[in-house]
Design a protein around this ligand. Sequence first.
Ligand SMILES: Cc1cc2nc3c(=O)[nH]c(=O)nc-3n(C[C@H](O)[C@H](O)[C@H](O)COP(=O)(O)OP(=O)(O)OC[C@H]3O[C@@H](n4cnc5c(N)ncnc54)[C@H](O)[C@@H]3O)c2cc1C
Ligand code: FES
Length: 430
Amino acid sequence: MECAIAGVAIHIHGRHDRIRSRRASPCYLRLVAISTPMSRIGMCAARTLRIIRIIKPQSAVETSMSNPFLNPVTTQTWANGRHIVRCVKVIQETWDVRTFCFMADQPIMFFFKPGQFVTLELEIEGQPIMRSYTISSSPSVPYSFSVTIKRVPGGRVSNWLHDTLHEGQELAVHGPVGLFNAIDFPSPKMLYLSGGVGITPVMSMARWFYDTNANVDMVFVHSARSPKDIIYHRELEHMASRIDNFSLHIICEKHGLGEPWSGYRGYLNQKLMELIAPDYLEREIFCCGPTPYMNAVKRLLETSGYDMSRYHEESFGATPAEVKADAVEHAEQAAEAAEVDVAELNEVEFVSSGKSIRVAPGETVHAAAAKAGLMIPKACGMGICGTCKVLKLGGEVEMEHNGGITDDDVADGYILSCCSVPKGDVRIEY
Ligand SMILES: Cc1cc2nc3c(=O)[nH]c(=O)nc-3n(C[C@H](O)[C@H](O)[C@H](O)COP(=O)(O)OP(=O)(O)OC[C@H]3O[C@@H](n4cnc5c(N)ncnc54)[C@H](O)[C@@H]3O)c2cc1C
Ligand code: FES
């Protein structure tokens, strides 16, 4: 049967259909997101415009004959923007970690720089919510991409995804973006250091170099709480067993009763580092894990004279306790810096909290809040996810966002505090 394209229409949709299951109807609508960069048309427009094609069912022969997956030459490639993707597989990696694999309905090659992340646009209990997740798969397997997500106790989105997201469900993703990637910092010798679910970006990098037979010498050091928490354990061992240029070292903090573990125990320290990677001073280092882990790694490297310009880290966002500690530290720094060039400082007033602070030109509203001892939630820190949105009541800011805020929100006076710099005195509702 001919595939009759009945028409092309522009469909205006509301928030309610952002996530939906594909129905097993013989003749269904395919929704294709227009993947135009956010900066060009704005997130609002991207949210509301979708092209609908009505496609008649195909016979089995036609399906295999015309299967666009068999024709990679005509397949489109992914560009930074908003895309509708469908969950095609859910993999239980460990007891509290799952991998969710996605594809587009129209075949798309998901090219990105290994280490980059996407931001999921969700609706939970009627509330729009966004969270960023690293792409854990590699662009060497480009027809789909995956994110690997750990349940965070009390966490809204991670638990919702584990409990709710299933095969066939569709959702919107923004990206790919991120400066923490293996392509922009090429080196013949890499050292990957990860803790817990912080393994995702370095796994993507390792998979990429493994799959492309790259002449890169990789040392992969992963710290897990216990053997049952090791994400991608078998795959890592498989990779290490097949190529000489991938050396794997797993460190477990502890192991449970009856849980066999013959590998390293405890925490990564100077001695262990010298044992595992005696040439670590010569390697490009990529580090991702909980904040205390990354702080310890940084201290270790700094004291051993490592060239920190070759150290790259990704933070998944601080826990509330860590944010509080950061805020206290910033407040202390602010007190120490009280003498500097007062005329140039901008006053940032946080109206609800009754606090104000004077900050140097170039400092963001988020940094100002931290200096004032206030904890505005923050996730990506790059104007993508929208977590740090606040209402500006007065004054002007320079905001350089990456699609994390709608034109409507901007018109209503909202700003993303992580990427907004005051241009004078400003008043913020917080
Ligand atoms: C660039 C980037 C990449 C990331 N990649 C990954 C990845 O690959 N895999 C992954 O699993 N995660 C990743 N993350 C983290 C992810 O974005 C989420 O932060 C994480 O899943 C937790 O979100 P949540 O909604 O479940 O938790 P949230 O609801 O945001 O809560 C986080 C924590 O804060 C606590 N909390 C929340 N509100 C309060 C409150 N009012 N008072 C006290 N405590 C509170 C919760 O109990 C929980 O412990 C990444 C983050 C970034 C920025
Ligand atoms: S923290 Fe993501 S937009 Fe500011």
